[in-house]
Ligand binder design. Structure first.
Ligand code: NAD
Length: 496
């Protein structure tokens, strides 16, 4: 699919404020590179407080009218947006591929997963109806859900459409107005998404996009006008955002990094499992928080590993696996492989230095590597316990399932864990003992589909609840409890 990526040049971008493009006050701009070509496709402002103040002001001004708009009317915008996302799917997927390095089909899948959440958000009017009870004679209590006000949403580079869609549709349909801060490495998709929201009928100022990096994130954490904040990114930054945002009185949900374990049992289906396991760590070139990169092989799994090696060795770079986000990431990933090799691990498939074939010369200077499988890794080696965020699979060999789960449990992360087996008992054992929020049985990427919520445990998430589905409704609203009495008894007791 490599030939379908069309290179577009976007030039210097600004922000999206009050329903239109708005120049940034930033002094500094960062080149936006396409991982496919290594060439600049635009420039992203490194904005800060000045830009943010403007965006928050627009969101504050838009809030009263948007809150007053009935939820049945608010949801119409989301129905329109769904149609627009589907009509513009190819163009959006091309843009996401171009700035993020994904394969075209992967970029499409990311958008369609966003659409699935949008569909869930379209059902919110049917879910958000309040509770009502006559609690004693003539006295009623009711609960309604109220929007919070201006909310913030900070996204990572690896899913330029899907991650903003984890938060925005639910937050907006619940009556909030928003400021989105995409990754400075992939700001183009968010700017286009904001444009489509406008086209769908979202009133000016309800969604704003500010561009920048750490300085902008800190400004968002500190801004008194922002009431709640979702963050998705690395654990290091998730901790900063959770602590700093909470300290300034915000409700914060911060999703962090991951190191997901995948246990292989000897009886795993030999035809189905090897490809699925390799696909888990090579999808999006391993740059996804659900990639199962830490394999634990229980017993004699050589017959499965041989097939994994055969499959991974046949990858056509650029066609069966996309690019790496930047050169620094290639250096980091390569270092993990070098260190594991130096520490005595065996490289079964070596992705270092691999590039697309000569038939696509335009991509010769892109950021590429191939799938890598490292066997006989010790569980305490950095490659086996730190997040590599690249297409690198480590295999730790153990004798028992108990040993496998002890390794899984020792991880500070807790996003996902999976098992490949033909038997129920080991699957049940993993489900009972894994210390992770999202588990898979014979599924390498156990992302829950809507209406099930998304979110990990431990150092993979800071804050209560998950980010999507009903937890999303809870996170982006607060309850108002009203007790009403219209009868005035002559001899009241404690209940009247
Ligand atoms: P990142 O943490 O570097 O960046 C995320 C956001 O934080 C960006 O918008 C960036 O501008 C900002 N940022 C970066 N450094 C900062 C700093 N020092 N202070 C304040 N803000 C800062 O993450 P990334 O490289 O864009 O994305 C990859 C990471 O995201 C991986 O760790 C991956 O596991 C994680 N991720 C997690 C999930 C999840 O659901 N748990 C989903 C997607 C990605």
């Amino acid at each position: 699919m490599i030939d379908t990526i069309v290179v577009v040049e976007k030039g210097r971008i600004g922000n999206w404020i009050n329903g239109g493009n708005s120049p940034s006050a930033a002094n500094e701009y960062l080149p936006i590179f396409s991982p496919y070509t290594g060439k600049t496709i635009g420039e992203c402002p490194l904005g800060g407080t000045k830009d943010l103040d403007q965006a928050v002001k627009a969101a504050e001004n838009a809030f009263p009218a948007w809150k007053k708009t009935s939820i049945k009317d608010r949801v119409q915008v989301l129905f329109n947006l769904k149609r627009l996302l589907e009509e513009n799917l190819d163009e959006l997927a091309n843009l996401a591929s171009l700035e993020c390095g994904k394969l075209f089909e992967e970029a499409k899948a990311g958008i369609l997963k966003g659409v699935e959440i949008l569909e869930y958000a379209c059902s919110v009017p049917n879910k958000i109806a309040g509770e009502f009870l006559e609690v004693s004679n003539g006295i009623t209590c009711r609960i309604s859900r109220e929007p919070l006000g201006v909310i913030g949403c900070i996204a990572p580079f690896n899913f330029p459409n899907m991650v903003p869609m984890w938060s925005l549709p639910i937050a907006l349909v619940c009556g909030n107005t928003a400021v989105l801060k995409p990754s400075e490495q992939v700001p183009l998709s968010s700017m286009r998404l904001a444009e489509l929201f406008s086209q769908a009928g979202l009133p000016d100022g309800v969604l704003n996009v500010v561009n920048g990096s750490a300085e902008m994130v800190e400004a968002i954490c500190d801004h008194p006008g922002i009431r709640a904040l979702s963050f998705v990114g690395s654990t290091k930054v998730a901790k900063i955002v959770y602590t700093r945002g909470s300290a300034s009185g915000k409700q914060v949900l911060a999703l962090g990094g991951a190191k997901n374990h995948l246990v292989i049992m000897e009886d795993a289906d030999p035809d189905f499992s090897p490809q699925q396991i390799v696909n888990s760590v090579t999808g999006c070139a391993g740059q996804r928080c659900m990639a199962a990169s830490a394999i634990i092989a229980v017993g004699d799994c050589d017959h499965l590993i041989e097939k994994m090696v055969e499959y991974a060795s046949g990858f056509d770079i650029g066609r069966s696996m996309g690019a790496i986000i930047n050169e620094a990431s290639i250096a980091r990933i390569t270092q993990y492989i070098n260190d594991a090799e130096a520490a005595g691990a065996t490289i079964l498939v070596d992705g270092r230095g691999r590039k697309p074939g000569d038939d696509v010369p335009a991509y010769a200077n892109g950021y590429w590597m191939g799938p890598t499988i490292i066997d006989h890794v010790r569980a305490d080696m950095p490659a086996a316990c730190e997040e590599i965020f690249g297409p690198v699979m480590t295999i730790v060999r153990v004798k028992t399932l108990e040993e496998a789960l002890a390794i899984e449990n020792s991880s500070s992360y807790g996003n996902a864990a999976a098992i490949f087996t033909a038997s129920g008992a080991p699957a049940d054992y993993l489900i009972e003992h894994a210390s992770a929020g999202m588990l898979g049985v014979n599924i390498g990427v156990p992302v829950p589909r809507e209406p099930f919520s998304f979110g990990g445990w431990n150092d993979s998430k800071f804050g209560g609840g998950d980010i999507t589905a009903e937890d999303g409704i809870n996170f982006w609203t607060r309850k108002k409890k009203v007790t009403t009495k219209w009868v005035f008894p002559k001899n009241p007791n404690w209940m009247s």
